[in-house]
Write a protein that binds this ligand. Structure first.
Ligand SMILES: Cc1ncc(COP(=O)(O)O)c(C=O)c1O
Length: 376
């Protein structure tokens, strides 16, 4: 999509192509980021560009732990936190640490496609399970899929590509099921919660935390989206303080952060985000974009599950063949991604972390496609 978008923009001019295909936020980081950056430039810390412990600066880990304790209502300390090069590295470090060759990892479709590559990177076997029509995991399918080889279940809420936020009740039921299966197979099954979009949730929703529902929980997240810093590669892993053999697990995570070649998360970013744990980009801005696009699409006749977070929506494709529909939209210079790229054909993903001009400009193409395929 990236390549095709570049070709279209070259041919028709940047302003005439409405690119809703990438999860690359157009927002600038909050003002506090620039303040911290300037402060460090003007008053550099001695040794701030040197190697450090592989888990990250103790002060940064402690600041993350303090914020998580506030949000989650359980007591984290720096020993539960490993700073990483974004959520992508966090996922790779976790999978490298916990997987033996042939171990199974369960994911739910539609999914962030990189999960398949990351699991494969570390000798794991991907088990893809369906979700219901609201994109919520089906518990009976999960129950049937878990076996002696299941090492982990990855959930992602708010979800890329659907924008759906799982309820507390859903997470509770998943946790309960994992506990039951651990007892049945005498194994440890990790719940890996990918919370890259945790801070971007709408309508005053309170974020349902995994921590209260399964002690073998590991959260991976980053500041790519909540502070609009995807190019800076800064995130972290948090391990439940009650996870069994937590010390050994954390030692493994730190070792793998080193041996996968990340070594440590970027020093400059660690020194900055340490002071920004309570700061987030304007969620109201994203909510405005979401409401604008969702309302228009629904009026045009598109069938869309209302997103409650992140900056994506995942409408039903008016054509059974989602690739054909995305190609049609391209004729009107609107770029989206076919659902099959997320393991769910018959849908397409819209990313609305773009400027308002691009969103407004895309409406004409969506309207023409809706008329062509008799949506209303
Ligand atoms: C669901 C999900 N997980 C993880 C990532 C990776 O993010 P990061 O930039 O923190 O590596 C992304 C990025 O788009 C994502 O959408």
């Amino acid at each position: 999509m990236f390549e095709e978008g570049a070709v279209l923009k070259q041919r028709y001019g940047e302003e005439n192509v409405f690119d809703l295909s990438l999860g690359n936020p157009v927002m600038e980081p909050p003002v506090e980021f620039k303040q911290e950056l300037s402060r460090l430039a003007e008053h550099p810390l001695p040794g701030m560009h040197r190697y450090m412990p592989n888990a990250g600066y103790p002060e940064t880990r402690a600041a993350v732990a303090a914020q998580l304790s506030l949000e989650a209502g359980i007591n984290f300390t720096m020993k539960d936190i490993i700073m990483t090069c974004g959520a992508a590295a966090a996922l790779n470090v976790v999978l490298k640490t916990i997987l033996n060759p042939g171990d199974e990892v369960i994911i739910f479709a539609p999914y962030f496609v990189e999960y398949c590559h990351y699991i494969d990177n570390h000798g794991g076997v991907v088990r893809v399970l369906p979700t219901d029509e609201q994109f919520i995991p089906k518990l009976d399918a999960l129950e049937a899929a878990i076996g002696a080889k299941t090492k982990a279940v990855i959930i992602n809420s708010p979800n890329n590509p659907t924008g759906v936020v799982y309820t507390e009740d859903c997470i509770h039921q998943v946790g309960e099921l994992l506990g039951k299966k651990e007892a049945q197979y005498r194994t440890q099954i990790f719940l890996i919660s990918d919370e890259a979009y945790r801070k971007i949730i709408y309508d005053g929703l309170k974020y349902p935390q995994v921590w209260h529902h399964h002690p073998q929980s590991i959260v991976v997240t980053s500041h790519s989206k909540d502070l609009a810093l995807p190019g800076e590669r800064i995130g972290y892993i948090a391990v439940h303080p009650d996870c069994s053999q937590e010390g050994e697990l954390v030692d493994g995570l730190i070792f793998c952060n080193r041996t996968l070649g990340y070594v440590n998360a970027p020093a400059l970013m660690q020194n900055i985000v340490r002071h920004m744990q309570q700061v987030t980009v304007s969620v109201a801005e994203y909510q405005k974009k979401k409401d604008f696009l969702y309302d228009h699409l629904v009026k045009m006749g598109y069938s869309v599950v209302k997103p409650q977070g992140a900056f994506y929506m995942f409408p039903k494709s008016p054509l059974e063949d989602d690739v054909a529909f995305v190609t049609e939209l391209q004729r009107w210079k609107v770029l989206t991604v076919p659902g099959r790229g997320f393991g769910t054909p018959g849908y397409f993903r819209i990313s609305y972390c773009v400027d308002d001009r691009t969103l407004e400009g895309s409406l004409d193409g969506f309207q023409k496609a809706a008329r062509k395929f008799n949506l209303s």
